[in-house]
Design a protein around this ligand. Structure first.
Ligand code: ADP
Ligand code: MG
Length: 678
């Protein structure tokens, strides 16, 4: 038998079991070995019968008087008496008619099961029974529990894995020897053997450490390799011009925060290199990322490089084009800024294309369409992507093929990315963080609202609306759903426009609307032709509406903390006090998660908290991280990640070649494809 053998080569696996195993994704012996337990039941504590108390127990006893009978049709019961030196107890099995015949008299068995009171008598129900002296898999040990499927129980899977144990014991090492030594890891074969049948809870945690380390090592190695790929590329250096930087700052209507200055400086240093920049700027909504980007851009433009700035929506692009033109005006560069979006009139589009090609337009503001457009660039040197965590390696390649050379890339996001993720999933990026906001901002007041107070909340909103403030209402769903008990934008829009706020102008916005309709609604809200905007999270990366003072989040328990934090950042962007109300779906006491978002305004802390509780999906919504399939390691385990990252770095520094470690190579290449994504 080999790792690649089909499961039918395993003793006891027939056609039927083959199909059931296939449902669990297990086709080969290797799949089976790599099918880790979901959890464990600890039956390792063998007790005297006199000492057992109700609950899961294990005893070592002989079995007498085993007898089975049908109590009624289809209901068989086997009863027996188990005895040790200290006493005896009853054993009961339902619908296991083969039991009585299988039990030998005067023989010591380990018996594990649930001890409790049934029909007024204490007994152990449906216990597992194994001969003392054999290698036990179901009793008197820490017992692995696997994800099961109909007709294939954990006990069966245990048996199959036990059948291939000699193969597990001879599995080759997948990591370099020096690494295994340095990290004091146990061998791969030992780890896999222990993950299925741990000798103790200590050896189980040592096995988990080894396998978890390997997972994170693969991930960080793949991220570093992505990074090194980029380091091999070559692009034009954009030199630092101190006078220009000073002039830019002098003309700003405000003083830049220390964080903004520091980040600009980091970007300038990247730009001076002949290696393409790959930097992510993270900063809360309103922390002032646009100015930072513009300041980087002027340096490029002054030296004859074109800059492309891509926003997630056309409306945002339009807003950015205006803001940026104003920022560049005093430097005499205002006229170089132009808009290139899909929605331009054909004649304007044609004009824009030729301006881009001729270099008349040096600062192109648009959506991702810029890359897709059939337009010749004029010495493109810097690409800025707004509100995106990263520009994937694949996207970058596509762009570079289009323009014929490598470019500097700067992405900007309001999503806080915890350090552990920055080192793994985002490991190929250099990260700059703007953690302070401009001084003139008031912290947003956040309040949890039980469902019973919802009507009252909408009533009290009128006070805000009267003073001319605008209100966002965000819902987790577009339409009502029978499956998900949460508020939908359509339903809330109905409630508000027909009942709670019927004298006010209420609008509706969600992702299923056509993009022109979406832009029109957003524009109406921006122009204050609407007082209230009911929407889904599509407004997360919306336009800047300084007049919006209140953010209401319906069925708030449905949202990730980082997401709520980002949403509330959409209000309180002017001198007015901003408010955020988190409306719950019920009247129960709010969870500690939601209380955290009420009491903390630190996006990173909230993201880390959610990462711990709910995994990366909670922070990034629908991102592809499901494909990562980390089964043992937790991406919130900062210490593990730090040591794996260090090891991956040494692996590359030592000039190790992946080709020598075939299995590792396969998995790293797979991880590279995932960490390459956007
Ligand atoms: P974001 O980081 O969300 O993209 P913006 O760049 O849109 O934030 O900035 C939000 C607002 O703050 C803008 O109106 C901008 O002009 C203003 N702003 C940026 N930096 C400062 C600063 N240092 N002091 C005061 N206002 C600033
Ligand atoms: Mg922005």
């Amino acid at each position: 038998m080999q790792l690649t053998s089909p499961v039918t080569d395993i003793k006891g696996v027939g056609k039927d079991a083959e199909q059931k195993l296939a449902i669990l994704g297990i086709h080969t012996v290797s799949d089976l070995i790599n099918y880790y337990p979901r959890r464990y039941d600890d039956y390792s504590n063998v007790q005297a019968i006199r000492a057992i108390t109700p609950g899961m127990v294990t005893i070592k006893a002989t079995i007498k008087q085993a007898a089975g009978r049908y109590v009624r049709r289809g209901m068989h019961i086997t009863e027996a008496v188990a005895s040790d030196d200290s006493g005896s107890t009853k054993l009961v099995w339902f619908n296991q008619p083969y039991r009585a015949a299988a039990l030998k008299p005067d023989t010591d068995y380990y018996i594990s099961g649930d001890f409790g009171l049934r029909s007024q008598r204490l007994s152990i129900l449906n216990p597992s029974v194994e001969l003392v002296g054999n290698f036990v898999i179901n009793t008197a040990r820490i017992v692995p529990i696997y994800r099961e499927t109909k007709g294939l129980k954990s006990g069966q899977i245990r048996k199959y894995i036990r059948e291939v144990s000699s193969l597990v014991n001879s599995l080759p090492e997948t990591l370099p020897e020096w690494l295994v030594d340095e990290e004091r890891l146990i061998s791969r074969s030992e780890a896999l053997s222990q993950i299925h049948f741990p000798a103790s809870s200590e050896s189980l945690s040592v096995a988990k450490r080894r396998l978890g380390f390997e997972e994170v090592f693969e991930l960080t190695l793949s991220a570093l390799m992505n990074k090194y790929e980029l380091l091999k590329e070559h692009t034009s250096s954009i030199t630092f011009d101190k006078k220009l930087a000073q002039e830019f700052v002098r003309h700003l209507p405000f003083t830049m925060t220390d964080d903004q200055k520091r980040v600009v400086w980091q970007i300038y240093q990247d730009l001076q290199k002949e290696i393409p920049m790959n930097r992510l700027v993270e900063g809360d909504v309103g922390s002032g990322k646009t100015v930072v980007a513009a300041m980087a851009a002027v340096m490029a433009i002054k030296q004859g490089f074109q800059v492309a700035f891509m926003a997630p929506t056309e409306l945002l692009a339009r807003q950015h084009a205006e803001t940026i033109a104003k920022l560049l005006e005093p430097l005499g560069m205002g006229a170089l800024v132009g808009l290139l979006v899909g929605g331009l009139k054909p004649v304007d589009k044609k004009r824009a294309h030729s301006a881009v090609a001729s270099g008349e337009m040096m600062f192109i503001v648009g959506t991702h369409a810029i890359i897709a457009e059939k337009v010749d660039m004029h010495n493109l040197g810097l690409v800025i992507i707004d509100e995106q965590h990263r520009f994937g390696v694949q996207q970058r390649k596509k762009l570079e093929t289009k323009v014929g050379h490598a470019v500097h890339v700067l992405s900007m996001t309001a999503t806080p990315i915890p350090r552990s993720l920055a080192l793994t999933l985002y490991g190929e990026l250099d990260v700059s963080i703007i953690s302070t906001k401009p001084a003139n901002r008031k912290p947003i007041k956040t309040k949890l609202v039980p469902f019973a107070s919802r009507a009252q909340l909408y009533e009290s909103l009128k006070d805000q609306l009267v003073t001319g403030r605008q209100v966002f209402v965000v819902c987790p769903l577009v339409s009502p759903s029978d499956m998900v008990p949460a508020k939908s934008a359509e339903k809330v829009y109905d409630e508000l426009s027909k009942k709670f706020l019927k004298d006010w102008r209420v609008g509706l916005l969600h992702g299923q609307m056509k993009s022109a309709a979406k832009e029109a609604v957003m524009q109406a809200f921006l122009d204050h032709k609407l007082d209230v905007l009911v929407s889904t999270t599509v407004i997360e990366v919306g336009v800047d509406v300084p007049n919006a003072g209140v953010m209401i989040i319906e069925s708030a328990e449905r949202f990730g903390l980082a997401q709520i934090h980002q949403l509330r950042g959409r209000v309180g962007r002017s001198e007015h006090q901003g408010y955020c109300f988190l409306v719950l779906s019920d009247n129960k006491a709010p969870s500690s998660r939601l209380r955290a978002v009420q009491s903390s305004s630190d996006g990173f802390k909230l993201a880390e908290y959610d990462l711990e509780l709910r995994g990366p999906g909670a922070i990034y919504g629908t991102m592809q991280h499901g494909q990562l399939d980390l089964r043992i390691a937790k991406l919130s385990d900062v210490r593990l990640i730090a040591s794996a990252r260090k090891a991956a770095q040494s692996f590359l520094d030592k000039g190790e070649s992946l080709g020598q470690f075939k299995e590792l190579e396969g998995r790293v290449l797979k991880a590279m494809a995932v960490t390459n994504l956007n």
